[in-house]
Design a protein around this ligand. Structure first.
Ligand code: DP6
Length: 337
């Protein structure tokens, strides 16, 4: 019989009785430098390839979970109705972990700028798992926490720690060997720039988009080979703090992922005219000697990769740039509150 998310949880958590009345946790969002695109198992969110990301330091999700008389979920202090997509998705996940008799009051707050095109689902599911781990007193290790976060959203498995994270795809049918590990090194000069080009919600989310790509794009067949080439290069670039190798590989990886999306049917063309303008501008700046590279996810916004010494020049060229220092205040492996 095929393993389902409930039986994975059953194997990893020791009990379902809260050990304390409430718990809070924080998890950072993350951006992939070598992307996760395509699953080998939809229900367990098992990827077809590995991926490597960098967490976004202070940009992420704070979550408070507390035992209560009835279920309640507030986002930015605003109560969400049980029929809202955010409520349904969060409680469907929470139901995997709790005794059906336990009601929970959940408050969530993202420090990610709204509409910045940064996924908050990765940090939200990671924060939920970290908070549940505290509430129930499970004392799970990083590996188990990552596996559990993955069941909410694949990329959430890379959000349970700060810094560079590599998601090992695993081979097992139950996915117990599919989790992210921190690459224990920092890179204090490394910066990520966010350019918000469109605040409109994406029409097709990542999960649906990757399934469609897998099923309809012939180009997708070349994606595992692309990752097999890019991921070790990015890992090596991180180890050597080599921005050129990291940037060149990450940009090519992102554009290759978009090539598979564009060749899906119906096409997944996430780019807007402004996205292409920014890509051209980045290429022009590079030819003038600036070390700056681009990455993009399942949306129109462009993220810039560069080192601190380019910051001033880039702010002059892109006044609206939001700059993230992924290692500022990100000393802890698990940033429990
Ligand atoms: C393009 O983790 O959001 O951002 O596992 O279906 O929840 P599900 O998908 P999700 O996909 C993220 C895709 C990406 C690339 C990446 O983050 O690696």
């Amino acid at each position: 019989m095929k393993t389902d998310p409930a039986s994975v949880v059953q194997r990893l958590i020791p009990h379902r009785t809260p050990a304390q009345e409430q718990a809070t946790a924080y998890a950072p969002s993350n951006i992939a430098l070598s992307k996760y695109w395509g699953k080998r198992d939809e229900a367990l969110k098992l990827p077809l390839t590995g991926s490597l990301s960098v967490s976004l330091g202070a940009l992420g999700t704070h979550m408070k979970i507390q035992a209560a008389e009835e279920d309640h979920f507030a986002l930015y202090g605003k109560p969400q109705t049980p029929d809202s997509p955010a409520y349904k998705r969060l409680f469907a996940f929470i139901d995997l972990f709790r005794d059906p008799m336990t009601c929970l009051h959940i408050e969530s707050h993202n420090t990610i700028p709204m509409g910045a095109g940064l996924a908050s689902s990765a940090s939200a599911f990671a924060a939920a798992v970290l908070a549940l781990n505290e509430l129930y007193g499970w004392a799970l290790d990083l590996q188990s926490l990552s596996i559990l976060a993955r069941l909410g959203s694949g990329s959430a498995c890379r959000s349970i720690a700060h810094g560079f994270m590599e998601w090992l795809p695993g081979e097992q049918e139950d996915g117990l060997d599919s989790f992210a590990i921190p690459l224990t090194l920092d890179w204090p000069e490394f910066r990520i720039g966010i350019l918000t080009l469109s605040e409109t919600e994406k029409a097709i989310g990542s999960g649906e988009g990757m399934l469609r790509t897998l099923q309809t794009s012939t180009l997708y067949k070349s994606w595992p080979d692309q990752v097999a080439r890019d991921l070790p290069r990015i890992r090596e670039a991180v180890q050597n703090r080599d921005l050129v190798q990291l940037g060149e590989t990450a940009e090519q990886n992102a554009l290759s992922m978009h090539a598979t999306m564009i060749s899906a049917w119906p096409p997944l063309l996430y780019w807007q005219p402004k996205s292409i303008q920014v890509l051209h501008k980045i290429h022009a700046l590079r030819s003038q000697g600036l070390s700056v590279y681009a990455t993009m996810d399942a949306g129109p916004n462009v993220k810039l990769l560069f080192n601190r010494d380019q910051q001033q020049d880039l702010t002059a060229h892109f006044p609206a740039l939001t700059i993230i220092d992924p290692f500022a205040g990100a000393g802890d492996v698990l940033n429990h509150e």
